[in-house]
Design a protein around this ligand. Structure first.
Ligand SMILES: Cc1cc2nc3c(=O)[nH]c(=O)nc-3n(C[C@H](O)[C@H](O)[C@H](O)COP(=O)(O)O)c2cc1C
Length: 266
């Protein structure tokens, strides 16, 4: 076949395409497990940061294993699921919140009038984390997620043992605009959550992300977080998702139960 024939040109182009696509798909498949591992490490780092534990790279996994106890809770009753009830889907190792939410048995629709977080479906169970200190639970870390302007944002909120005071807040996955909504990731902003009173004694959610800056001279400032400037819609998303998850349709029953257990009423 002459070098300048149409058939040969097409054959060469096709061959190059096939080789390239094989290379790309091999790379994608082989990098998949590394990416998954990095995602897990990033989640661990965010749990430690929210909980106020050291999160340096070398000892992160060891600190997590030593200080963090992952458990699955039933969101409607607030009860911790006994390990003998774990199965292939419901277990702490492979728990995936979106898979759970989408599952016919393990997820459910969120009625529109209650869907403050804009998530449409939610899991019936959630993987949460007890932080241990000297053999006692000192804090809890709760996963939260909900819609921002462009994306679903995923994060953690950690509460002190009084189950009302915020220990830390992190966002570990979002696709908001860098410099605007992307500032949900700003360490200084996330640090500003620490010490805020998220709930009152009766379990009503008081925490709000407001538009603009909080006036620290006002007593209600202890419930309020500065909005992100130029990112009112992302800030509103964070406000709503946190209030949804801490409220009666999220962790409300769990927090109530835990409080009763703390007071020896269960
Ligand atoms: C390209 C572009 C990207 C934007 N990204 C965000 C964003 O990630 N989050 C957000 O809340 N607003 C974003 N906005 C701005 C919103 O459209 C809206 O103007 C803003 O939320 C209003 O906030 P402000 O009242 O604090 O100015 C973006 C606007 C443009 C033009």
């Amino acid at each position: 076949m002459p070098d300048d024939s149409v058939k040969k040109s097409i054959a060469v182009a096709l061959g190059v395409c096939i080789i390239c696509s094989l290379l790309v798909s091999t790379a994608a498949v082989s990098l998949n497990s590394i990416q998954e591992e990095n995602r897990t490490l990033d989640r661990i780092r965010n749990i430690l940061v929210a909980a106020g534990l050291p999160s340096g790279d070398e000892d992160m996994q060891a600190i997590f294993e030593d200080r963090v106890r992952p458990v699955i809770i039933d969101l409607s009753t607030g009860a911790v699921l006994p390990e003998e009830d774990y199965n292939d889907i419901l277990n702490v190792d492979s728990f995936n919140v979106l898979d759970m939410a989408g599952d016919a048995a393990y997820g459910m629709e969120v009625p529109v009038d209650r869907d403050m977080a804009g998530i449409r479906r939610m899991p019936r169970y959630m993987l949460i984390y007890f932080i241990r200190e000297n053999g006692k639970t000192s804090r809890i870390v709760l996963p939260v997620y909900g819609k921002g302007l462009w994306s679903t944002m995923f994060g953690f909120i950690a509460l002190e043992s009084d189950l009302r005071t915020v220990r830390g807040f992190t966002v570990y996955e979002h696709a908001e605009t860098p410099g605007l909504g992307g500032e949900v990731d700003n360490p200084a902003w996330k640090r500003s959550w620490r010490g805020k009173q998220a709930l009152d004694e009766a379990g009503n959610v008081l925490l709000r992300v407001i538009k603009g800056r909080v006036d620290d001279s006002r007593p209600e400032s202890r419930h309020l977080i500065d909005g992100l400037s130029g990112a009112t819609l992302t800030s509103r998303g964070v406000d709503r998702l946190v209030r949804f998850w801490l409220g009666e349709n999220g962790y409300g029953p769990f927090l109530k139960r835990l409080k009763e257990e703390q007071h020896g009423q269960v």
